[in-house]
Design a protein around this ligand. Structure first.
Ligand code: PBG
Length: 325
């Protein structure tokens, strides 16, 4: 045998030398949940280690994460049922939970990159990402609502807008609306290939945002399809998206690679709540090593082609890096 691949694995020193991919804290965006009230830290039962924080405690949490080197955060709000209506009106309430939190976070931590969520579901009495009329999700009227929401978030200080709604044409519509108001520096990370996935379950528990009827299959993509992801990516790129995201991550590594090979924009992957919950649950049962599984999962997402990973593991990963250094 002339060629023995095991030679390049014979010691840790050589393995480290030939290692092709590495995950760093710089690659990560930490999704965080805010809830109403004061001095509240309410654990999400299906996401061990993750809580919904009131603003005061969330600021402390962000401060801890910054000390660990995390620079990217994505904020999601949990509203009580009485704040919700058909039109997601609460999403543009400047004094409401979400917009005041964005202002306060950016005032206290101007150096971080704060990503916001553009979609109706946290504020919608229907629990859908778009406007519901006669039992259907209507695209073009939703765009107007999303654009107002996006503008309000820009005014509050968002660095990156994350349209997670999957309406057609929303990236271009939002881009134009915010550019017209002078927010040309605010980025858009489009949820480009967002699949209708069972892996969002724990997130919907966290936000009480599950659809009140039906499912999201008329707007989120069919898990059976990959070529459709190219159609979505071409549209988002041509409409001015700065980043293209694939979501979920682990069951869709092929889609991450597909977009990486075909587009020049940075590719993000959302390692979603259900992916997190699976590893945590197995680790709690002693069925696998949670830390090793976390590292392998994040690395595989990187290897598939993601430049950026949104993950609930961000803090745990950063803590591990710190304790190893
Ligand atoms: C909805 C939204 C969802 C997630 C982020 N934004 C769930 C959904 O589409 O129902 C899921 C994130 C996760 O599961 O971690 N706009």
């Amino acid at each position: 045998m002339l060629i023995r691949p095991r030679r390049n694995r014979k010691s840790e020193a050589i393995r480290n030398m030939v290692q092709e991919n590495v995950v760093t804290v710089n690659d990560l965006i930490f999704p965080i949940f805010i809830t109403e009230g004061n001095n509240k830290k309410i654990p999400v039962a299906s996401m061990p280690g993750i809580s919904r924080f009131s603003l005061d405690l969330l600021l402390e949490e962000i401060n801890e994460c910054i000390a660990l080197g995390i620079q990217g955060f994505c904020l999601f709000p949990q509203y009580s049922e009485e704040k919700k209506d058909k039109f997601a009106t609460e999403s543009v309430n400047d004094e409401g939970l979400y917009l005041s939190a964005i202002r306060k976070i950016k005032a206290d931590f101007p150096q971080i990159c704060l990503m916001t969520d553009v979609a109706m579901d946290p504020y919608s009495s229907d629990g859908h990402d778009g406007l519901v009329e006669n039992g259907k999700i209507v695209n073009d009227k939703t765009l107007e609502i999303l654009a107002k929401m996006a503008l309000a978030q820009c005014r509050a200080g968002a660095d990156i807008l994350g349209p997670s709604d999957m309406m057609d044409g929303r990236v271009g519509y939002i881009r134009e609306a915010i550019d017209n108001e002078g927010f040309t520096d605010v980025s858009i990370m489009s949820y480009t290939a967002k699949y209708a996935s069972a892996f969002y379950g724990p997130f919907r528990d966290a936000l009480d945002s599950a659809p009140k009827f039906g499912d999201k299959k008329t707007y989120q993509m069919n898990p059976a399809n990959s070529r459709e992801a190219i159609i979505e990516a071409e549209l988002d790129a041509s409409e001015g998206a700065d980043f293209l995201m694939v979501k979920p991550a682990l069951p869709y590594l092929d889609i991450i690679r597909l977009l990486k090979d075909n587009f020049q924009q940075p590719i993000a992957a959302y390692n979603v709540s259900g992916e997190y919950a699976m590893i945590k649950a197995a680790a709690q049962n002693g069925w696998l090593d949670g830390t090793k599984a976390m590292n392998e999962a994040l690395l595989s997402i990187k290897r598939a082609g993601a430049d950026i990973i949104l993950t609930y593991f961000a803090k745990e990963f950063a803590l591990q890096v710190k304790s190893n250094s």
